[in-house]
Design a protein around this ligand. Sequence first.
Ligand code: ADP
Length: 655
Amino acid sequence: MSALKWSNSYLIALKLAVGLLLVLLLVLFWVLRQNEMEEQRSTLIADVLWLEQNINFHLEGGAENFQQLAHDLPREANKQALFRLRAEYLLKNNPDILQIVWIDDTARVRETLPARALARLGADGMDGMDAALFRQNVNMAHKLGKIVYTDAYSTPEGAQFEMYLPIFGDGRYQGALIGVFSFSGVLKNLVPWWFAEKYQVRILDGEGNLLASKSRVSNADTTINYAVPFDPPGFGMVLRVDVYRGHGNFTRNLLTASVIALAGAVLLSLWVMRGHIRRRIAAEQAQRSEHAFRKAMEDSLTVGMRARDLAGKITYVNPAFCQMVGFGESELIGASPPMPYWAPEEIERTRAINDAVIGGRMSREGFELRLMHKDGGRLDALIYEAPLVGADGRQSGWMASVVDVTARKRMEDLARRQQEKLQATARLVSMGELASTLAHELNQPLAAITSYATGCLNKLESGKFSADELQTALTRLGVQAQRAGRIIRHVHDFVRKSEPRLVPCRLIELVDGSIGLIEPAAKLAHVRIEREILANPELMGDRIQIEQVLLNLMRNAVEAMSAASVSSKRRRLTIRVCLLEDQVQIYVIDRGPGIPGDVLDKLFTPFFSTKADGMGMGLKICRSIIEFHRGRLWIEENPEGGAILAISLPVIPSS
Ligand code: ADP
């Protein structure tokens, strides 16, 4: 599964888990709340029943006291005193009783305690409606012979109700006792403080209107409630008790709030993480595209790429490099010098170059190296090395781009060989002309040899000779034979073109070798040779060829200074060697007549010569040889007069 899909599934699973957790928490809270409500309800019912019982008990106790008074009044002589005594007692012990009235059998008020007039009681001052009700209640009590309660009615002091109790004595109806009760008095008197702390207690009439309430807080917020009939007095009145909301559930609320806050925090962090993951996925995607792009680019490259660490160990190769050398990536990565693709015949040079690269002494211009394919074949590679600098700005190794120049080299080689063949052919063509010169040149030593030989033979035949004479003649003969041999070898060397053999060689040895060869001719022409050796580098080259080049240039210089116009003071040939970066510069400086402009243009044309016996091939061949050695040959004008022939050649970097 890809990282993207995995991250998505992970996110979905996480979201589901958090959602499920939230649902479970809500269910848990709901169940807890239900349990708590159930518990609250049972407690409420028990409390309400207790309160109802308490009120009933109290009212019944009051009614009993009234009944006792109603029983005792007819039998008492001093009725008024008894009423006052008992009524006062009752009022004192029952704050819910507002007033006690005693009426006679004609419904006239005999006594009232407290002695203030009440709107509804006593015919006096009562309005029609109230008077009728009063009579109806008195009559009802009389007829039924038992306590009658009235419906609730409101007064400025609050809602009230009345209790009518008929008085019978000596077998006849003698009047009635009336108790006026206050609903709020009932609650105030009978609902204990702890009850009011927990509940809101209210008495409502049959239509649900509030008659009285005892509440710790006004407009209290309540949850569950329970109501029981408020009987007596009845008439559909109810005692209703409500539980305050939030009573005692501070801890639970805190817990709920904490859990919700935590769930919120989890959701928030999930959201933040989602953003985070998305950004990461986007970054990874970008990185993958970048990687794919780079890979495609590397795979399509025909240039080999190879990275090495600072110790020279291979850390990276691209497919083009693997293909070039025939080794697989796994065979190359981790390999240290000598590398498996180093050509054994060039191992020393390769190692020297490798050390120069690792030591940071290699120029950026690139170098050519012969490498070995895994199948043993050889390839010529042009290599450019550059420091590998990491993101922290520190160099971590070297990166090389390797171009296979084998085909190009082969083409160049072929062209060179064809050119050489052409030159050889040209030389052969010139051989005809050369033959006469050669015959002329050889004639002299051969004639001398013949005459020395004849002379010796004559001496031997005559018998008159000394050993010294013979030795002198034979030595001269030998010198002439050597001279003839040199002439022939020179021609042979010129006609034959051998394959160059590149080996490391010290330049100074080549320079001195060539000076040694030109010295006799220079002496003859009275030319002094000056050496200015400012560097002695090592280079890869064919000794013979480079010596031949130097000799050629020196010979041209000596010949130029042999002209009669050149004073003996000026006849100085200077060989100057110095180093310029990784190239050695060799200057062959003469003080001859210099090279005129028209000659300069034709200088490198084959067979161009200003000399009577010149071949006109020297400079052309010299330039080919130097270019074969990846160097340059050019001509400068000597400010002192004369010509400067200059050569530059790459050197082997010294480790
Ligand atoms: P050759 O020496 O056989 O003539 P080269 O190719 O060596 O052939 O030289 C071609 C011509 O370049 C010479 O004939 C000469 O005119 C000119 N030349 C070469 N070197 C010098 C020099 N140092 N000073 C003046 N002329 C030179």
